[in-house]
Design a protein around this ligand. Structure first.
Ligand code: ATP
Ligand code: MG
Length: 246
């Protein structure tokens, strides 16, 4: 990252890209992860590489749902681990959620590399390797979760989730909070709380909301969650992309 010129107009984007490349080199991110990153970059470009106001409201509503949950889990894949490992661990701490590695292309090597990487960034406990639970409706490899992690969760934060799995989690009755730059993706559309933003910006923003809401009672968390309308948030993101106005 140090070799990148900080005054370059696309500095943040270059840093992000470099982190994903490094993630692939270290066995954390899959090669398909590079494609997902490219897709995300295109939408981020159209959003002006900024957090739009409705995305910040969604981030706050998502945090309210996680704080109100009995068993919240933050799901981590290879892209998130490469892009924002420390921010992911901090957010999980701030909302008292478990961390669980959950991969679209699951291999033991990548599961272990990501677990190790999260530990290096301060995670005390990382779930995902026990693999004794199943999400109904998905094929074996992609259905695998920890029974006491995502299996038992009542709310799951999925930064960059595959559409099928986000749908299956919602069908299990879990509250799904998704971070996805494409407001038209199935993940964004099935989420109870779609946060249309880059994980690099959304995760630290969520931690800030969590710290601010730390003393909130259940009634206040419920009011914040209830005031959020996912369809309206997706429509606002789409307007931002199409018309450049929020
Ligand atoms: P779906 O399966 O939900 O219909 P998809 O097939 O288009 O969507 P995938 O390729 O499965 O999506 O996953 C990539 C998704 O992650 C894309 O929607 C992309 O916009 C989003 N994405 C990629 N990088 C980021 C990022 N850094 N922050 C937020 N979202 C991202
Ligand atoms: Mg997909």
């Amino acid at each position: 990252e140090s070799a990148l010129p900080e005054d370059h107009p696309r500095y943040e984007s270059l840093v992000t890209r470099h982190r994903i490349e490094a993630g692939v080199d270290r066995g954390i991110t899959s090669r398909q992860g590079l494609i997902a990153q490219g897709r995300g970059e295109a939408f981020d470009y159209l959003l002006g590489e900024e957090t739009i106001p409705t995305a910040d409201r969604a981030a706050r509503a998502g945090v309210a749902r996680l704080l109100a949950a009995d068993h919240p889990v933050v799901s981590v894949n290879g892209n998130v681990a490469a892009l924002a490992p420390g921010e992911t661990v901090e957010l999980a701490d701030a909302v008292s959620a478990a961390l669980e590695v959950n991969l679209f292309n699951r291999t033991d090597e990548r599961m272990e590399a990501i677990e190790e990487h999260l530990r290096e960034h301060g995670a005390a406990d990382v779930k995902g390797l026990t693999a004794d639970g199943r999400i109904p409706g998905l094929d074996h490899e992609r259905a695998t979760v920890d029974a006491d992690g995502i299996g038992a969760a009542d709310a799951v934060l999925v930064p960059l989730e595959d559409g099928d799995r986000a749908e299956a989690l919602a069908a299990m009755g879990k509250v799904v909070v998704a971070i996805d730059l494409n407001p038209g993706s199935r993940t964004a559309r099935v989420a109870d709380v779609p946060i249309v933003d880059n994980v690099v910006r959304a995760l630290p923003a969520m931690t800030a909301h969590a710290r601010e809401l730390a003393g909130a009672d259940d009634g206040e968390l419920e009011r914040i969650a209830a005031a959020f309308d996912p369809d309206e948030a997706l429509a606002a993101a789409e307007r931002a992309i199409r018309e450049g106005e929020f």
